[in-house]
Design a protein around this ligand. Structure first.
Ligand code: ADP
Length: 391
């Protein structure tokens, strides 16, 4: 196999010349080079042959009776099926050949007879390569356009389902808010009447009856706490955009002040590294720090809690970590604990509603970040969350 076959798998070349002996010479040369030539003796025949079976290149004589080479080339360029085929003009020595016209009607090159075979082949190869590259480029363009169209369709579908999702989330939050709000009033009545019952009918109640009432009141209080936490959770979604420059160091100190009693009672040691300034909702950030800190104190082991918070800049976000030396979390629960109401212990052992971490997750996501935990059961946990850096 020769070089032309290597580079262009058997290129199909149309030869156009009104003189059969010229065609024969060209045919022999090209065949020898490994091309697949075919010849026609008029402009009309060239047009229909190119239309029926478009060649990879055309060698076109200029002076022909009837339709000359220029005219043939013009017609080829007008037809979208043959427009791209490279046309090389062949002119005989002494013939009046208008090079400007040859290029202006769409020719890519010309060669004058008598020609050197090497020169002819070099020119043919050159234009075949260009033609092939052009075709590849067009194909890639087409694929790219198709890909862009597909992506646009996917994006449109995604944004539609996102909109639907956020609408149904809003509805759900609205529902949770209204339901929790409306539940508080009857709950307060039950508590009051149970307490009235206990006060006014004390003599008429035996020990068991009194016990039942205590349980009712206790249950009501727990429900009240649950509803209040749920209200806090659903309110988070209803707030207006309130992001402003917030100094995390100050917010964290405020959280420590709010939890002063728990820190003291548990002899907890709470430290922090230098925390960044963020564009954030200060109140939500306080809730986030407070929830994580109070959990780190609550889920302690025998020894006093040691808690450290730090933040590291990673690309365009800060990675916060809240490390404790508490009871830790078994690996199968590390994803579940962020769900609403998910708790791993009884309220007797550790009081709580199972809403704190769901609130943390909502706050972090509201700030465009994510939250997760890494833990060693029995040794401690590190809660991580990311928040975009202020720029
Ligand atoms: P609550 O503390 O009210 O139960 P949270 O949503 O704050 O609710 O926490 C969910 C559960 O995750 C807790 O019940 C507890 O089992 C576990 N948990 C949270 N923080 C820690 C921690 N620092 N160490 C060990 N377990 C934790």
């Amino acid at each position: 196999m020769n070089s032309s076959q290597d580079r262009f798998s058997i290129a199909n070349i149309l030869l156009v010349d009104d003189r059969p002996e010229n065609l024969r010479v060209l045919y022999t040369i090209l065949k020898k080079q490994g091309y697949q030539p075919r010849g026609v003796v008029s402009g009309q025949m060239a047009l229909s042959s190119a239309k029926i079976n478009p060649p990879d290149l055309i060698l076109l004589d200029i002076m022909m009776p009837g339709m000359d080479g220029y005219e043939v080339c013009r017609c080829l360029k007008e037809d979208e099926n043959t427009r791209e085929i490279p046309v090389i003009f062949i002119s005989a020595k002494g013939e009046t050949f208008d090079k400007i016209k040859a290029f202006s009607v769409g020719g890519v090159d010309y060669i004058t007879k008598p020609f050197e075979v090497e020169e002819l082949i070099a020119r043919i190869e050159n234009h075949l390569t260009l033609y092939r590259l052009q075709k590849q480029l067009q194909e890639k363009n087409w694929l790219l356009e198709k890909e862009v169209r597909n992506r646009m369709l996917i994006e449109a579908a995604l944004s539609k389902s996102n909109q639907e999702l956020s609408r149904s989330n809003e509805e759900l939050e609205q529902f949770a808010y209204i339901a929790s709000h409306d539940l508080l009033a009857p709950l307060a009545s039950i508590t009051i009447y149970a307490q009235l019952l206990e006060g006014r009918y004390q003599e008429k109640l035996d020990e068991q009856g009194k016990n039942f009432i205590i349980k009712i009141v206790k249950g009501c209080h727990r429900m009240q706490t649950l509803i209040n936490d749920l209200l806090e959770y659903s309110r988070l979604g209803n707030q207006e955009n309130s992001l402003e420059l917030t100094e995390c160091n100050l917010i964290f100190e405020e959280a420590c002040t709010n939890l002063q009693a728990a820190i003291r009672n548990n002899q907890a040691v709470v430290t922090r590294s230098d925390l960044p300034i963020l564009k954030a909702d200060g109140f939500q950030l306080l809730q986030l720090f407070q929830n994580l800190l109070s959990n780190a104190i609550k889920y302690r082991r025998e020894e006093p809690p040691i808690i450290h918070i730090s933040a590291l800049l990673k690309e365009d976000s800060y990675l916060f970590s809240v490390r404790d030396n508490g009871i830790g979390i078994e690996s199968q629960y590390t994803n579940q604990i962020f769900q609403l109401f998910k708790r791993l212990h009884s309220t007797k052992k550790y009081p709580g509603t199972g809403i704190g971490l769901a609130i943390c997750q909502k706050i972090v996501e509201y700030h465009g970040g994510s939250i997760w935990v890494e833990s060693e059961y029995g040794k401690g946990s590190i809660f991580y969350f990311t928040i975009k850096k202020y720029s």
